[in-house]
Design a protein around this ligand. Structure first.
Ligand SMILES: Nc1ncnc2c1ncn2[C@@H]1O[C@H](COP(=O)(O)OP(=O)(O)OP(=O)(O)O)[C@@H](O)[C@H]1O
Length: 312
């Protein structure tokens, strides 16, 4: 379990992390979501004892990272995939890591196999693609078979195959009962990977909830309905006080909010209105994020990699 309480980090005038409190439970993948610059990396570095909080604290299984008896057996992390010495092979890098942390040498081949790097284990890490480097970083995180894992933007720069692989690995690790915290500014990706979300903006906690609740509460669902008798349909719905809009992208299509497909279908049937399409459009995680964060997305909008501009 990871716990932060009142975690705060100030760099000169910049309040990078501001009074952040959250708990990361075992057995699930928790997405740590926020725009670029929201404070995700700084928070993860403080959890791992690489940065000292200005105030507050971060605990791993109830203790600060620095007090852990066997850090690599307790928590594994992928922060920067390119920190490996470029002249070292993947295998010798992991052997060095195992030796310096008193981990059994046999783990090296196991984790190489787990991340699919066995065939290139003796190649210099400097020749690795970003995807291979990410896999090597993950191998390092898994070396001590820790119950807690932190991954900072693990899918950045990966090809679709690599993204699917990481997604499945995270779920698998959580399925084994580990706490998995994965940061990303890519909301659609987090919607597919994480069952729990910690959402931050400008260093502050915006919300912590299950992914499903986050979307349900924050994003408005709407009903899309196509009919050759569009005006009649609109009148029928409006008479019930239901809000209708013309769909921006479709002829003969209305977007209806504040109701569900059943009510629209039944009202149409009673009025003898023919329907060609009746579909529920669920709000996306991105819409939910924009709805909840408001100014935090505006804050990110100038950044080309930011939340507001990702995905669709
Ligand atoms: N070492 C540092 N010195 C000064 N400012 C820093 C330092 N590290 C981070 N910051 C600032 O703290 C804020 C939070 O940065 P952080 O990297 O934690 O955000 P992030 O959510 O991880 O974003 P990204 O995905 O872009 O890394 C930013 O304004 C950043 O410029």
């Amino acid at each position: 379990m990871i716990e932060t309480r009142g975690l705060t980090k100030r760099y000169g005038p910049t309040l990078a992390v501001d009074d952040l409190s959250f708990t990361i439970q075992p057995g699930r993948v928790t997405g740590f979501v926020g725009p670029n610059g929201a404070g995700k990396s700084t928070t993860m570095r403080m959890i791992l004892g690489l940065d000292r909080p200005t105030s507050g604290h971060a605990l791993i299984d109830g203790r600060p990272y620095g007090d852990l008896d066997h850090p690599l057996r307790t928590v594994g992390a992928l922060l920067d995939a390119k920190w490996v010495h470029p002249n070292r092979s993947a295998r010798s890098h992991l052997r060095w890591l195992a030796r310096s942390n008193r981990l059994p040498a046999g783990r090296v081949d196991e984790v190489l196999d787990q991340v699919g790097l066995t065939a290139v284990a003796d190649r210099r890490a400097g020749t690795f693609s970003l995807g291979m480097s990410q896999r090597l970083g993950i191998a390092g995180a898994l070396l001590g078979d820790p119950g807690i894992l932190l991954f900072d933007e693990p899918v950045n720069g990966l090809d679709p195959e690599g993204i699917v692989w990481i997604r499945q690995l995270m779920r698998h690790l959580a399925g084994e009962g580990r706490s998995v915290l994965v940061s990303s500014h890519l909301l659609p990706e987090m919607a597919l990977t994480a069952t729990e979300l910690v959402v931050i903006g400008r260093g502050r906690l915006i919300t912590q909830s299950s992914t499903a609740d986050f979307v349900d509460k924050a994003a408005t669902s709407s009903v899309r309905v196509r009919s050759p008798q569009l005006l009649e349909l609109a009148e029928v719905l409006m008479r019930q006080g239901i809000e209708v809009h013309a769909a921006p992208d479709g002829d003969q299509t209305l977007v209806v909010t504040g109701t569900d497909t059943a009510q629209v279908g039944e009202l149409a049937a009673h009025a003898g209105v023919v329907l060609h399409e009746l579909a529920l459009h669920r709000g996306s995680l991105e819409e939910a994020f924009m709805h909840i964060t408001g100014h935090d997305v505006e804050y990110a909008a100038g950044n080309q990699n930011a939340l507001a501009t990702t995905g669709r």
